[in-house]
Design a protein around this ligand. Sequence first.
Ligand SMILES: [Zn+2]
Length: 485
Amino acid sequence: MDKKQAQKYIKSQKDVIIDINDRVWEYAETAFTEFKSAEKLCSVLESAGFEVERGVGKIETAFTARFGSGKPVIGLLAEYDALAGLNQKGGSALKEPTAPEDEGKPGHGCGHNCFGAAVVGAALGVKEYLSALPEGSGTVIVYGCPGEEGGSGKAFMAREGVFDGCDAALTWHPSSVSAVASGSSLANYQVLYKFYGVSSHAAADPEAGRSALDALELMNTGVQYLREHIPDAARIHYAITNTGGFSPNVVQARADVLYLIRSPKSAQVKELFERVNNIARGAALMTDTRVEIDFVKACSEIVKNEVLERVLYSNMEQVPMPEFTQEEMDFAGKMRASYENPWDLLEHAVRRCGESYRAQLEPLYAQGKNINDFLLPYYTNDTVSAGSTDVGDVTWICPTAQFDSVTTAAGTPNHSWQFASCNKTSIAHKGVLYAAQVLAGSVIDLLESPETLQKAKDEHKKRTNGEKYRCPIPEGVKPRPIDKL
Ligand SMILES: [Zn+2]
């Protein structure tokens, strides 16, 4: 069996793959509560003959599914968690919930339903390929990675050694463009600062009160001054998750603020974390309150791998890009009309690939298409993207690369109701099948070419300076669903 036949097999499994896509979209389970979603992926893989281990890395909704035996071991990273508050009717160009009572519930605003579906599809194709080979020809492992959104599930899994022994890992992300993903990402820490004061009657007995809310506000003001003195690319965001109640006539005895601290290098985040901690302690001292520093999660920056990027890109070129119908293009046009702040698509692509690609990108975007049904040119750079991903932790353990495949209308921002809507349409289904074939083709290339794999490993060693992975999450910190913070 060759790569083409494996990809043909994936196409024959279209109904199974689309069923995963749509069911996981409906379940819309947030970080570390993805019980039905994980089970959906596990059950398909198990009935296809994969050896499934549930609850790996001490996380109930994490799993591994392995097929084949011997070296090399190639990993495929699957995600399936949803985002809070992004419930949206699939395939609708209007902002509306799936049902009136679902308003404000979670939704797949980052398309992780597609993510998991395509990875399972790819694994099914690789299984067909490996089944035709003698035992010991290689192993494929699907890593079921929960809680990417706000949870850094992969970092927790990495801490427990789940990815040890993997020779290379590949993955993808649903997107509004099809392109290889190069460059790095921001490492981050997420920390909850809990202030404890003393309540009292705010008018009758204020001297007896100590305001936790005052402390929180002073902390935020302190961090505001810190922002001038941090690395350019660093970012410090916050959300006040507990203001201490609704009564201004009570001195608030409790207040919580959740901080997300990001910077291009883990070591910088660690340093910023210490500085933010000092500000929190200072705020507590000023207000005679107490602060508890509750470490929630962290992830590392991406170590890119150009050898694997090229393997992915050559497969992206080999698999025919999905063709979209007029109806799909028209729907995408309606979606685009719904964007409050539409992107300049060309500038967006130039920012991604680099200024030197402008001339190549101009004719692609001059077509004014509602779905980007073309492949962006191959590019590679060391740009640090403004986002973070826990794929970063895997990239420190073994050579890893990822790509984006079109599942939405042009210019659809991630984490939006529009993204959630698009990811349960025939546009997304086509993108998922494309991504599954690209991933399977790339895994097969690595199984067939030990030289390429070795080159990827050599590059990895060079880029990490031989440094061993160190999980940024301290021992003892456990993954928690967002409502358990
Ligand atoms: Zn995502």
